[in-house]
Design a protein around this ligand. Structure first.
Ligand code: UDP
Length: 378
């Protein structure tokens, strides 16, 4: 069979592009996915206890983007969900992002008041201050606070997660969890925060249920690329692998997600508890908070970050730092030489630390600018 498009991968970017190409251009798409399922790392399934679980770690949907929200809402209903995270610091579970409530949870009231006043005076209520920015402050108490947060919340978590210190990564990484001068204990403040009512996999199934879209699972695209006929391709897999590592390997981080179902109704106080300082894990997520399921048992996920070893585990996180961007630019030059016959998108295709909504924005942008070449009306 002849296809107009070959799409490598079946995650967010791939499903969005397949859906757009099939429904808006009426062209034929073949999705080729090496795993046994669609949905990429957002894939979820019901385990043997009937609990909906996220196979590749907790995925909590949040976005500021109305177009992304409206786009995905075509394929799913939503369950409103505000994610809360506690971090274990000096044996106490305190709100994260570090906010004014965290100050009072960790310091004696008089000192917390002093620090609160200083934060308000220096930055203002409602401001979000990245830890590496707070560390630049000279004022004695602010400098103490910055060192305290850096040492107790960021340093060891980041070493576990990335095998790097916070300052060895692009500043945007730790800025994802800023010091928030507020009493809002939610992990995100985006206007749209919700979970797909029947799970992510169900949402992706609806997205690509179209007679012009075919899906080939359990297949490495390199094994079939010479045998299928297609006009153009989108690669949402690792860009370095696409070019046979001609400029060397791009590094990624991986995670070992270990699931446990406990014979108790509840395990912890909130969706996720972070362990910046203790154990080899970074965090534990209790699935039922995310899904809203009611059950006498509960399933938790422990995350053990690890090096990515090709063939042994999966590449989950591109590593945002200068030298990796330099290597990426060599691959982007190769991509340009293909003159649009192969497009790249997604966390692995673009080598960018996208959130789910950013992956959707990027895929819609690729469709609009490089495929349909006309503005999209959603
Ligand atoms: N981070 C940290 N301590 C924490 C939470 C986050 O040091 O308790 C840092 C760490 O470097 C992490 C980054 O902030 O990789 C971004 O955290 P986020 O929760 O956004 O990570 P994700 O959910 O994408 O893994």
């Amino acid at each position: 069979m002849k296809f107009d498009w070959l799409i490598i991968g079946a995650g967010y970017s791939a499903c969005v592009l397949a859906e757009r190409i099939a429904t808006q251009m009426e062209q034929r798409v073949l999705i080729v996915e090496k795993r046994s399922h669609i949905g990429g790392n957002a894939y979820d399934y019901y385990n043997e206890h009937g609990h909906l679980v996220h196979k590749y770690g907790p995925h909590i949907f949040h976005t500021k983007s109305k177009p992304v929200w409206r786009y995905l809402s075509q394929f799913t209903d939503w369950r409103p969900y505000y994610h809360h995270v506690l971090a274990v610091v000096e044996g106490k579970k305190v709100p994260l992002p570090f906010n004014l409530n965290t100050l009072y949870a960790l310091f004696p009231p008089r000192y917390a008041e002093k620090l609160e006043a200083l934060l308000l005076e220096n930055f203002g209520f409602g401001k979000k201050v990245p830890i590496l920015q707070l560390k630049e402050r000279q004022q004695t108490d602010l400098a103490f606070l910055a060192d305290y947060i850096y040492d107790n919340v960021f340093l060891r978590y980041t070493q576990k997660q990335w095998d790097l210190k916070p300052e060895e990564l692009d500043s945007g990484v730790t800025a994802r969890v800023p010091i928030y001068i507020s009493r809002d204990n939610r992990y995100f403040q985006d206007p749209y925060q919700a979970m797909p009512k029947h799970g992510y996999t169900a949402m992706f199934q609806r997205m690509i249920a179209h007679p012009l879209i075919k899906v080939l699972l359990n297949t490495n695209y390199k094994e079939i690329i010479d045998t299928v006929s297609f006009d153009r391709a989108v690669c949402t897999g690792p860009i370095d692998e696409f070019f046979d590592f001609s400029h060397g390997e791009m590094p990624y981080r991986s995670i070992d997600f270990r699931f446990e179902t406990l014979n108790q109704e509840s395990f912890q106080e909130v969706g996720t508890v972070n362990y910046p300082n203790d154990y080899d894990i970074t965090r534990i997520t209790e699935q039922k908070y995310l899904t809203g399921q009611v059950s006498p048992k509960t399933t938790i996920i422990r995350e053990f970050p690890q090096a990515y070893i090709p063939g042994r585990n999966d590449p989950y996180y591109p590593i945002p730092k200068a030298e990796n961007r330099d290597r990426l630019s060599l691959y982007l030059k190769e991509a340009k030489k293909l003159n649009g016959s192969v497009l790249f998108a997604g966390r692995l295709g673009d080598y960018k630390y996208y959130n789910m909504d950013q992956a959707v924005t990027r895929a819609l942008g690729v469709f609009e600018k490089e495929i349909a070449r006309q503005p999209l009306l959603i």
